[in-house]
Design a protein around this ligand. Structure first.
Ligand SMILES: Cc1cc2nc3c(=O)[nH]c(=O)nc-3n(C[C@H](O)[C@H](O)[C@H](O)COP(=O)(O)OP(=O)(O)OC[C@H]3O[C@@H](n4cnc5c(N)ncnc54)[C@H](O)[C@@H]3O)c2cc1C
Length: 507
């Protein structure tokens, strides 16, 4: 593999792949290299079920309503200008995806079928059954494969950014990565470096995220000195399928509640209207917090989703993956309740970027779940994240094609690229990961008990020290270290927000 590229992208989900396609098509003279740590399709993107939020039916819906729903879900902490930009670009970005070959469900009139999800005042979710993300991921990977100036290298794990100081500014000039097949550390040089490494769900005891979601991008950017924002705004999805000792948990999409499913307690009673007049269609933060309260009172471990009144061929057609997964673990949604718990689902904060996806480090961009754009505020509106990734990767593309001809490659000097041996993963890393997961539950992040948070943070700092003192460099070591570093950022930010809120209340 070449160790030099014009554009270097880390991550092969929707953010990285859509950016790669745009650059490669518009500038066939540039080389584009994508590094991804496992197989190309392993990503949060491939797991997305519900869909992508786009205002299409202008008779019933409007950009203004989508903007208002996003601002409301974000508890007023979203940046309105960003929300307006993302919402208004949605139809164009969807159109591009379809031109690249993605297909979405249609209604009987041959128009795109629009689903409803929590927090949306109108049906506006474009979907491909309950496999929307997989449809997008496969379409993008196919498109990338036919573009001659893109090279996609899987099983390359990026450990760090390479930076230099220039004119009192930090500039990114490449990355260090482990070639997992040869177990060696190498350096790769580029003019533009684009982080699209996804989320951080694996930090948490209960999560819907796949095993690649280990917070690498945020940890790497943080070590290099990039601005990081709002890491404590972790969204918990209310309805992950409860299976003891499973990590990650299988998601029962928001769209199932949008289709009419009820959330009920052990006695079969709906309880969400006690907390919000929208009941099952309230936003995720409200539904998750209501479930947590209900569980604390009842001392049960899970509540249930009731789909039995909805069951029809239509339900099966719309949610084939969910029905089939439930069946595989012995649950028949047509006449049995589905046990569910809240689980960490989405990282609203991340690497702070401007409206062109530029981070505070020169030539370093970030898009998708690893980035903080200001769209989601304190709580993401359902189905806004695939959209955000497409819009910010587009914005980055617009800027990169303008600037890249003025960016020179910077040499590394004498980086000993082929000499650093990497060890193999160890059992003690697994044990330390379990300790991390035990500390990072709903209570630590979203709870209101300051002492509990402080005690968790103290234990995390001790764990970080043990990781650094006792473990040898390996992929699992870097992932664990990244997760511990980011867990500390999450709790520190959560405690400091808690303190300033209490202070404001007193004044
Ligand atoms: C179960 C589930 C359902 C969801 N449903 C929806 C939905 O319906 N609608 C919606 O809008 N959003 C949904 N989301 C959220 C959405 O899928 C993600 O936010 C989005 O796909 C993130 O895309 P991304 O490109 O930023 O990251 P990802 O798709 O996660 O891609 C990250 C990539 O980076 C690679 N990577 C990470 N670290 C490194 C490293 N150190 N070195 C090299 N490569 C690395 C990974 O291997 C991966 O290829 C869902 C998420 C989950 C988990």
């Amino acid at each position: 593999m070449k160790k030099v590229s014009d554009v270097l992208i880390i991550g092969s989900g929707i953010a990285g792949l859509s950016f790669a396609i745009k650059i490669a098509e518009s500038r066939p003279d540039l080389s584009v290299l994508i590094l991804t740590k496992n197989a190309g399709e392993e990503s949060n993107t491939a797991r997305a079920q519900g869909g992508i939020a786009v205002v299409l039916n202008k008779l019933k819906d409007s950009f203004d309503q989508h903007i208002e729903d996003t601002m409301k879900a974000g508890k007023g902490q979203s940046n309105k200008k960003v929300v307006e930009m993302v919402v208004s670009q949605a139809p164009a970005r969807l159109e591009e995806l379809m031109e690249w070959g993605a297909s979405f469900d249609k209604n009987n009139n041959g128009e795109l079928a629009l689903g409803l999800e929590g927090g949306h005042s109108q049906a506006r979710i474009v979907h491909h059954r309950d496999l929307t993300g997989l449809e997008m991921e496969t379409t993008l990977l196919k498109k990338v494969a036919v573009l001659p100036n893109i090279s996609i290298q899987d099983h390359y794990f990026v450990t760090d950014l390479l930076t230099i100081e220039e004119k009192e500014q930090t500039k990114c000039i490449g990355v260090k990565a482990i070639d997992k097949n040869r177990n060696r550390l190498i350096a790769i040089q580029a003019r533009i470096i684009f982080l699209a490494t996804g989320g951080s769900g694996m930090i948490f005891r209960n999560t819907t995220n796949p095993s690649v979601a280990t917070a690498d991008g945020v940890a790497i950017a943080n070590r290099a000195g990039a601005g990081i924002k709002d890491m404590d705004f972790i969204q918990f999805h209310p309805t992950a399928l409860y299976e003891p000792d499973k990590h990650p948990l299988f998601l029962i999409s928001e769209a199932v509640r949008g289709f009419g499913a009820y959330v009920v307690n052990k006695a079969g009673q709906r309880f969400l209207f006690k907390y919000d007049s929208r009941g099952e269609l309230a936003t995720r933060d409200i539904v998750s917090s209501a479930i947590v309260k209900e569980l604390a009172e009842s001392r049960e471990e899970f509540v249930f989703l009731d789909c039995s009144h909805l069951y029809s061929k239509d339900f099966e057609k719309h949610f084939p993956t969910i029905v089939s997964y439930c069946n595989s673990v012995g649950i028949k949604p047509e006449n049995e309740l589905i046990p569910v718990v809240p689980a960490a689902h989405y990282q609203c904060g991340g690497i702070e970027v401007d409206s062109f996806a530029r981070s505070s480090i020169k030539n370093l961009y970030a898009s998708g779940e690893c980035a903080y754009t200001g769209l989601h505020g304190a709580n993401r509106l359902a189905s806004n994240s695939l959209l955000e990734a497409l819009v910010y990767s587009h914005q980055a593309f617009e800027n990169v094609v303008k600037e890249i001809d003025h960016i020179e490659l910077s040499g590394f000097g004498t980086f000993e690229s082929e000499t650093n041996e990497i060890s193999h993963d160890s059992v003690s890393i697994e044990r330390k990961l379990n300790r991390l997961n035990e500390l990072m539950g709903y209570e630590a992040v979203q709870g209101t008990n300051k002492k509990f948070k402080e005690s968790a943070l103290k234990k995390l700092l001790q764990l970080k020290k043990e990781i650094e003192d006792e473990e040898k460099p390996s992929v699992a070591f870097y992932e664990l270290k990244n997760m511990a570093d980011v867990a500390i950022l999450i709790l520190e930010e959560s405690i400091s927000r808690f303190q300033s809120l209490s202070k404001n209340r007193k004044n």
